[in-house]
Design a protein around this ligand. Structure first.
Ligand SMILES: [Zn+2]
Length: 470
């Protein structure tokens, strides 16, 4: 059975395989800028990426999956204009930028867990990779792809002849359109690799560099972290469709100029969530945005939203309405009514008919992640004339990809969403870290047990401790 994905780079569906001798898919996903809560439109992208990784695992691949946390350098416009989103978040909340980053990173991870999105192999923070970003800019400078202005070091996009190809940009018109506000840039499509701190005020986040005190541009962080952790050529790079035109175009330009190699074999992009019948994209700047917390306040389980997102193909727009979410909630309830009866009955999938359903499911998800079709197959299986032990096994098998918690009773999955108090968990993890630093192993084990009782599994790594629900 073959696996194929739509590759934004070629604008075609292509067969997905790994290079000869490799068994691990290296994926990089652009993560959140942690200056505010994530809205459910942002989270739709992470749900698509979760479907991708679960599908790859279903097809037997190992994964190295990296998600970044942007905690510096993302300005209010993607084209290096405006204020730093983090400094703006600090001004809005009266906290330091570091507190803002920490608070919203935790809030983001809580949403991630509540939506039952699988933990990446590694979360990486831009501020933990300043040296790698400076090194990449140095390489670009040595190869002659940069120039200096009074406010920073810029990438000279005209030196990369393929610059316009990825997004099918009309560079000539772009140049004409932005001639007025180009500042000292040589070309409208040039972008900042390193920005200097303003001379009149001190920034909260700034670092020394060979060019002067400042901070990295937003685009360079993704290239630097992706290549540092995954090597010069990734297998799949993902993000929202709004990243194609500027952010991913710039990532490709700077990465390929630095290494002389293709940056990613596949590029996959999730489409927007739209509000109601209007064409407007949900965004934080419009002031109207919905969070997972708000859905929970209104009596929804975050998994209702997960199911809602699965009902549409990731490359299509999805219109959000409360009625549509309500009907997803009803669908999940009715699915559970059927799957709860099968709980604990799963045995081998061996009849020809059951194996055929399984093959259909695998085919659907392998066809550019056709989750609406996969959900249809699940519903057909539940109606089919199959022995319960096989039906139960198929449900558990499909749920590895759908992630709707269909293999646990409905009451438990409802608790799973409601019973988690992320702040309490974070505080317990902090206490445990302190106990470990003090070599108080008895206390650290006690806290681990308390967390385990709450259904929380913790994972320690050099980057810190992360948690997931059991
Ligand atoms: Zn990125």
């Amino acid at each position: 059975m073959s696996l194929s994905f739509y590759n934004t780079a070629s604008r075609r569906k292509e067969l997905f395989t790994l290079p000869e001798g490799e068994d691990t898919v290296r994926i990089y996903c652009c993560g959140p800028t942690v200056y505010h809560f994530a809205h459910i439109g942002n989270l739709r992208t992470y749900l698509f990426e979760d479907a991708l990784r679960r599908t790859l695992e279903y097809y037997g691949y190992k994964l190295k999956h990296i998600v970044n946390i942007t905690d510096v350098g993302h300005l209010t416009s993607d084209e290096d204009e405006g204020e730093d989103k983090m400094e703006k978040g600090a001004a809005r909340t009266g906290k330091t930028v570091w507190e803002v980053a920490d608070f919203y990173t935790k809030a983001f991870m809580q949403d991630w867990h509540l939506l039952n999105i699988e933990e990446p192999t590694l979360w990486c923070r831009a501020t933990d990779h300043i040296a790698e970003q400076i090194d990449l800019v140095k390489t670009l400078e040595a190869k002659g792809f940069t120039y200096r202005t009074s406010d920073g070091i810029y990438f000279d996009s005209l030196k990369f002849p393929r610059y316009a190809d990825f997004a099918h940009l009309d560079v000539e018109n772009l140049q004409k359109g932005s001639r007025i506000d180009m500042g000292e840039k040589h070309s409208a499509t040039d972008f900042a690799l390193w920005k200097f701190s303003p001379t009149d005020k001190k920034r909260a986040m700034e670092w020394d560099s060979p060019w002067g005190v400042g901070f990295p541009g937003w685009h360079i962080e993704c290239s630097a972290m992706a290549m540092h952790h995954l090597g010069p050529t990734l297998d799949i790079h993902c993000g929202g469709s709004d990243h194609i035109r500027v952010h991913h175009t710039n990532e490709i330009a700077q990465s390929e100029c630095a290494t002389g190699k293709p940056f990613s074999r596949f590029w996959m992009h999730g489409e927007f969530l739209r509000m109601g019948a209007s064409d407007s994209k949900m965004s934080k700047s419009s002031g109207e945005f919905l969070t997972v917390d708000l859905l929970r306040e209104k009596g929804f389980n975050p998994l209702d939203y997960r199911l809602f997102a699965l009902t549409s193909h990731y490359r299509n727009y999805l219109n959000f309405t409360w009625d549509a979410l309500e009907s997803a909630k009803e669908s999940l309830k009715s699915l559970h009514k059927k799957t709860d009866l099968l709980m604990g009955k799963a045995q081998k999938i061996e009849s020809k008919e059951a194996l055929d359903w399984q093959a259909q499911f695998k085919d659907a998800i392998g066809d550019d992640l056709n989750m609406p079709k996969a959900l249809g197959i699940l519903n057909n299986v539940l109606r089919a004339d199959l022995v319960e032990s096989e039906k139960a096994a198929l449900v558990a098998d499909f749920d590895k990809v759908l992630g709707l918690c269909l293999d646990i009773p409905r009451e438990d999955y409802e608790k799973k969403a409601e019973g988690v108090d992320a702040k309490e968990i974070e505080s317990l993890i902090t206490q445990r870290t302190e106990a470990r630093q003090a070599k108080n192993w008895a206390e650290s084990d006690r806290i681990r047990d308390v967390l385990a009782d709450k259904g929380i599994v913790i994972k320690d790594s050099p980057q810190g401790t992360t948690w997931t629900l059991k």
